[in-house]
Design a protein around this ligand. Sequence first.
Ligand code: ASP
Length: 377
Amino acid sequence: MKAKITRRDFVRTSAAVGAVAGLSTNLYGLPQSKGTRPLVVSSSNGLRTNEKAMQMIRAGADTMDAVIAGVNIVEDDPKDMSVGYGGLPNEEGDVELDASVMHGPSKRAGAVASLRHIKNPSKVAKLVLERTDHVLLVGEGALRFALAHGLKKEDLLTEEARVVWLRWKETRSDRDAWGPGLDAPPDSQTTGLILDSDMKREELLALADRIIASPPTGTINCLAINERGDISGTTTTSGLAFKIPGRVGDSPLIGCGLFVDNEIGAAGSTGRGEECIKINGAHTVVEMMRKGMSPAEACMEAVKRVAANYNNDKKKLQRVGINFYALNKQGEHGAATLWGPSIGEDGRRRRSQYAAHDGRENKRIEIPYLFESLNER
Ligand code: ASP
């Protein structure tokens, strides 16, 4: 089924993005970057990741080592509540992490899911790739494997994440014994999961209420190509906040949250993992590039498939946020998202972005979208 994208949506999207990002537009009106190698592309939380990965690639490092070192910065950061240490926990208060990695030149993949106590699941995914002939380890087995390789067992639940989780538990229902039985907080979009430094308790509780109203997802995906055209990628996440223990999203699933084909390009996803899994998102994007689509077009095709699964019903899709990111063998990059700008509580318009480092500049770029946000109308 074809997604209905109105001409107005389409023109607004492409013109605005092309202008803002300084990118030219292609035949289909979607933004088209100029091909450059080396190139590093990440989700919007990846500026520091891009910087690190680019620096390593320039110094001659393998692209896989570069992307892993890049995302380790975000995994280690307690202020990012969507990845690694400080990530929001599952419904029982345990932080469970997922990650995947693919190495284009050797055509290998590794991944871990529902991993507890290890703050760098991307490192464990890389160990699975390098040290076993398996692709995916989960839960207790993944933890034992990590410990056997000398990684440290840690408590990953930060004080801030604990406060947010407990608030979620207490406001969940007025029919259980947790909390004062408050009415559910009003619906609102969660607008970012990076903690400000030194948040006061009231500010943290206000953030918790926004998170509870719309349990967020959050992740980092990083893709890189070097001068020779070798490509790698990784995706790492704490997954859906307050998930049922054992829930696995798209991030550790090869072909969903990440896919690399050294001859074609690479793609990754962040957002509602269940929707990405149902369309095999990253693999779809790479296959569309194989057929000749630009990275941005291929990403938009994946977004349209997500929407088509709901017959493009914007009401049903309201709670779905999903982004795809891609780069191709020529060093062109692009992304696409489901929803256009939303108006934040401060009245400011917020647009989804991704981060790209083309060797000269490392910057955030606005992402073309399929539908305008309902609160924009
Ligand atoms: N895709 C991840 C998941 O569903 C989370 C996210 O990217 O926000 O687990």
